[in-house]
Design a protein around this ligand. Structure first.
Ligand code: MN
Length: 205
């Protein structure tokens, strides 16, 4: 396989009023694009040029900061975009909802735990819902690290990503990260997250 820069699955303005069009445009076409371009430059000629990102992340502690930061930035944003939709929000159903209730007590308790993880991520980073040994966990990572990396505190398969870098919310929310997170719940694509969960389980994650 080769690494390709994906199209955004919706228009820049379609997540308004929760996430503004200018933020989406700069975030996707500048921030994400730059991670991708720098990753492609860094991975060229290495054994990871046509490898799955997961295999590279699993040994990232032994690789260059360029691969870690830009490879992470490339992967993390793809998942973040795919976990949002203009017709999002609400709650999941079926298998994922049952697992969330079993693991966290209720959907509301899960939302609170995830929100706290996102708010309490110091500086730049991401909050995650992951599958580890078939179980759900909420975790967070700094900068462009992710739970597929061997440097992560809790490693597992990410199924939901939330970008809490200031570039994800500063235009509309300035320093108010909690307001951005509260708004973001309205655009979560639970159908996509449920699909990610089903795939992870089917792959024995
Ligand atoms: Mn970002």
């Amino acid at each position: 396989m080769s690494h390709t820069f994906p199209e955004l699955p919706y228009s820049y303005d379609s997540l308004e009023p929760y996430i503004d069009a200018k933020t989406m445009e700069v975030h996707y076409s500048k921030h994400h694009r730059t991670y991708y371009d720098k990753f492609i430059a860094a991975v060229k000629g290495t054994e990871f040029e046509s490898a799955e990102l997961a295999s590279m992340f699993s040994q990232i502690s032994q690789l260059s900061p360029a691969l870690r930061n830009n490879g992470g930035g490339f992967y993390n944003h793809v998942l973040y975009w795919n976990c949002m939709t203009p017709n999002g929000g609400g709650a999941p159903n079926g298998q994922l909802l049952e697992a969330i209730i079993e693991t966290f007590g209720s959907f509301a308790q899960f939302q609170q735990l995830f929100t706290d993880a996102a708010i309490n991520t110091f500086g730049s980073g991401f909050a995650w819902l992951i599958v580890k040994d078939g179980a759900l966990h909420v975790t967070s990572t700094s900068n462009q690290d992710n739970p597929l990396m061997d440097v992560a505190d809790i490693q597992g398969e990410p199924i939901l990503a939330l970008d809490v870098w200031e570039h994800a919310y500063y235009i509309s929310y300035q320093n108010r990260r909690p307001d951005y997170i509260e708004a973001w719940w309205n655009v979560v694509n639970w159908a996509a997250v449920s699909e990610n969960y089903a795939v992870a389980l089917a792959q024995g994650k």
